[in-house]
Design a binder for this molecule. Structure first.
Ligand code: PEP
Length: 233
């Protein structure tokens, strides 16, 4: 079971430092792998404060080249130099707002894995795609560009459920996860408005191996509660 908190563009270095100090003292369940994904500028604080703990620090994105003329991008070797353990790639906000495609997501994932980072690759359909009955085709297309790797985890995040307060029902999550797993057999997280009060039911689904949590990961008590909900589910 893995619970990852995607902080998005929240918590600068000072706030990250304070949050991670509290997280270090929290009683996290031993059977849940816990990850935080701060913004780039807060990665050094998080890595430093969480050093020697079981909590992993991931970035939110990673370029496919090691270096080059790519203004605003960060590479896998740079993340490794900081002591970062892994990275998210292909979050729907990157796909929708910053032009990531299945191809660039695959390149990012592949480069990060080759460099030795762990990867959480995000997939998921939009509301229009679900309404048009295209969920399965979209998931198959998005997942088929990824290659199996022991350090790869996929996150199923229906776009209509991210930051909206609308959550896939546990049955919808299970159904989508079965589709993803039929294409690529890797651990699979559910993401999309996971909160302390819905986490247990979602995480209890047999094909759900964890959660990628946005908004609710910014508050320590709700993040802890979701981590606890993952314990023994
Ligand atoms: C996310 O950003 O990956 C996410 C799932 O956000 P939220 O939990 O806020 O819907």
């Amino acid at each position: 079971m893995l619970v990852a908190g995607n902080w998005k563009m929240f918590k600068g270095p000072e706030e990250a430092d304070a949050f991670c100090r509290s997280l270090r003292e929290a009683e996290l369940p031993a059977d849940v792998d816990v990850v935080v994904c701060p913004p780039y500028v807060s990665l050094p604080s998080a890595v430093q404060v969480l050093a020697g703990t079981e909590v992993g620090v991931f970035a939110q994105n990673c370029h496919w080249d090691a270096e080059g003329a790519f203004t605003g991008e960060i590479s896998a070797p740079m993340l490794l130099e900081l002591g970062v353990y892994g990275t998210i790639v292909g979050h729907s906000e990157r796909r929708q707002l910053f032009g990531d495609t299945d191809e660039t997501v695959a390149r990012r994932a592949c480069a990060a894995l080759d460099a030795g980072l762990h990867v959480i690759a995000c997939v998921g359909e939009t509301e229009a795609e679900r309404d048009a009955g295209e969920t399965e085709a979209v998931l198959r297309r998005q997942v088929s560009v990824l290659e199996h790797d022991d350090n790869l985890v996929v996150a199923y995040e229906p776009v209509w459920a991210i930051g909206t307060g609308r959550t896939a029902t546990p049955e919808m999550a299970q159904e989508a996860h079965e589709i993803v797993k039929s294409v690529l057999d890797v651990p699979l997280l559910y993401g999309g408005s996971v909160k302390p009060d819905n986490a247990r039911e979602l995480l209890a689904q047999p094909a759900v191996d964890g959660a990628l949590v946005g908004g609710a990961s910014l508050d320590l008590s709700s993040f802890e509660a979701i981590c606890r909900a993952g314990s023994l589910s």
